[in-house]
Design a protein around this ligand. Structure first.
Ligand code: SF4
Ligand code: SF4
Length: 104
């Protein structure tokens, strides 16, 4: 979305849904957490419902496992492509950045 500026409120990181990971996402996320890729995969990912990719695990409340207690992404600079490209390709409700843009 042109001109979109994320306000980093963390709301979309609490929404239901999967963050599907590419190989490059796994490399970047592991580096962001300063973990070996195998350790990142073991602790932070699970097989996606499509059984073809890995996805990020969720916390018990459904939020992303990489969302910290303050509501920030622990790997923001190396977040997965699906997160970087948000809200493109998503049906968005509740994103303050999207709301302010639609009012502009
Ligand atoms: S990886 Fe980061 S930006 Fe993506 S859903 Fe998880 S906490 Fe949010
Ligand atoms: S809901 Fe919108 S503003 Fe909030 S973190 Fe997600 S993309 Fe950024």
């Amino acid at each position: 979305m042109d001109g979109f500026v994320c306000q980093r409120c963390g709301a979309c990181c609490r929404w239901p849904g999967s963050v599907l990971l590419t190989d490059a996402d796994i490399v970047a996320a592991a580096a962001g957490l300063q973990l070996p890729e195998e350790t990142f995969i073991a602790h932070y990912t699970q097989l996606a419902r499509n059984r073809a990719q890995l996805t990020l695990k969720e916390q018990v409340d459904g939020s992303c496992l990489l969302l910290d207690a303050s509501g920030s992404c622990r790997i923001y600079d190396g977040r997965p492509r699906q997160c970087r490209e948000f809200p493109d390709g998503w049906r968005v409700e509740g994103c303050p950045a999207c709301s302010s843009q639609s009012r502009a």
